[in-house]
Write a protein that binds this ligand. Structure first.
Ligand SMILES: [Zn+2]
Length: 173
């Protein structure tokens, strides 16, 4: 961001609240690009000792991750995560537990992860968002080195399964 979206002045880099941030030099305008992280919900979708991993549209062929999505206006994270599971997988989700919050600095997101169970393996993915899915046994699923992978590692650890995270490009789920 080079120019102020409110008044068009070239932005300066000013130290504000302990960090250097792009900010408008016009005191009457006062725009600051705070770049606050965006909350994103993530679901470990589980049925019959397997978890459902999805490949989002546009991802490389070997990338599979958790179901994720943005909150709608006025929605709480626990509502959003069940809605996202239903929209992306076409299955009714049941909220089981909160897992944790994870920073995903690269995308400027705050991940809020939950365990959501479903009653079937018969996924009907939303073709606009999901290119593919796979069911992976909990006995073998490998967590990966990203925010959602840390959520999976912690969820496994809470079940007494200690498993190392594998580089996202080398994981073989
Ligand atoms: Zn301005």
């Amino acid at each position: 961001m080079k120019y102020c979206p409110q008044c068009g002045s070239p932005l300066l880099r000013l130290e504000l609240s302990g960090r250097v941030r792009p900010a408008c030099p016009d005191a009457k305008c006062g725009f600051v690009h705070w770049n606050n992280p965006i909350p994103v919900v993530a679901a470990i979708v589980e049925h019959a000792d397997e978890v459902c991993l999805v490949r989002n549209v546009g991802w490389p062929a070997h990338w599979y991750g958790l179901v994720t999505g943005f909150l709608e206006s006025g929605e709480m994270p626990e509502e959003a995560v069940v809605r996202e599971v239903e929209e992306e997988l076409g299955l009714v989700g049941r909220l089981e537990s909160y897992i944790g919050m994870y920073e995903f600095y690269r995308a400027n997101q705050l991940l809020i992860a939950y365990h959501v169970s479903v009653d079937s393996h018969d996924v009907e993915t939303c073709k606009h968002e999901i290119a593919d899915h796979k069911w992976v046994p909990i006995a073998t699923v490998q967590p990966w080195t990203a925010g959602t992978g840390r959520a999976l590692r912690d969820w496994l650890a809470a079940r007494g399964i200690e498993r190392e995270m594998v580089d996202f490009d080398r994981v073989s789920n």
